[in-house]
Ligand binder design. Structure first.
Ligand code: GUN
Length: 292
């Protein structure tokens, strides 16, 4: 079994990103990313801090906006509007999930598509569906695809089962795998919580992409002999033996499937670092396009 090392793959991509940033800085341009967090969800706080640290390591100007859970939709819209107009900011990310009183769709619509480094604006999602490379592709699916390419795992003609139909992962992942060319050309099935006999479907896959958001939801019975497993899940489960009181596990029961599959991403250290590095890449691309 091959471990698909996202940490190492992301680190080698960071080297190339740093060089692109250095070239921009020679022309007096610094890419800027604004990350907006509403409320105090501990997992979101951890993601946002991680993004902030990565920006600083790479030479991206990072502006972290931490807003109280009582922030209204109008207030958040006003902040997004300001960021849309701010010449120091090339990428805007509003961390999901938002508190229930704020509509994510309304916020996604308000972000200038040319700064939408998350790729959640309808304009960018439509561009993905239309194979138009001028948009932005959501970071997690992009990171999964990059990892498959980096390990020379062919997708052409392969049956890829994506488990999960979210806007952040499942749907854009399927669209990306359907595109023509390297990392695409796959035969894609999207399975979800209502799918009948999930195990029979995932067992028929050459590649399984697990994005359900449920710890250890997929086990040995879900994975075919020699399949490739990409585990998008990052779930916190209670663990009294850990100083933090929890540990991170994926949507796949790693120990249970590791001898059956041909390759698998670990959690942590698999898809997570890839998502962040893709965000950096999207921010850099946004900056290069806007500075032109
Ligand atoms: N929450 C979990 N993943 C993501 C992501 O990729 N972008 C945003 N904005 N929120 C998230």
């Amino acid at each position: 079994m091959i471990l698909l090392d996202g940490k190492e793959t992301a680190a080698s991509l960071e080297v190339a990103i740093k060089q692109r940033i250095a070239r921009l800085q020679e022309c007096g341009v610094t890419p800027g990313l604004a990350v907006v967090l509403v409320g105090e969800n501990p997992a979101s706080q951890a993601y946002v801090s991680n993004k902030d640290r990565t920006c600083q390591r790479l030479g991206i100007y990072s502006r972290k906006l931490e807003l109280p859970v009582t922030t209204t939709e109008r207030e958040l819209l006003a902040i997004v509007e300001q960021l849309n107009l701010d010449p120091q900011i090339h990428g805007i990310l509003v961390q999901s999930p938002l508190p229930a009183h704020i509509h994510e769709r309304t916020i996604n619509l308000a972000i200038d598509p040319s700064k939408d480094v998350d790729g959640f604006h309808p304009t960018n999602l439509a561009k993905l569906a239309m194979d138009d490379p001028s948009g932005f592709v959501p970071c997690t699916p992009l990171g999964c695809q990059y990892l498959l390419k980096a390990y020379h795992i062919p997708t052409r003609g392969a049956h890829v089962v994506v488990v999960g139909r979210s806007l952040i992962v499942g749907k854009p992942m399927a669209l990306l795998l359907l595109q023509k060319g390297l990392g695409g050309d796959a035969t894609v099935t999207i399975a979800h919580s209502q799918t009948r006999d999930l195990a029979a479907i995932t067992r028929s896959a050459h590649i399984v992409i697990a994005a359900l958001g449920r710890p250890h939801a997929l086990g040995r019975e879900h994975i075919g002999e020699g399949a490739v497993v990409i585990d998008v899940g990052i779930n916190r489960i209670a663990d009294t033996s850990s100083a933090r009181g929890y540990r991170l596990v994926g949507d796949v029961d790693f120990e249970n499937v590791k001898e059956k599959c041909s390759a698998i991403t670990p959690v942590p250290g698999g898809v997570g670092p890839m998502t962040i590095v893709m965000l950096m890449q999207n921010t850099l691309t946004a900056c290069e396009r806007l500075a032109r």
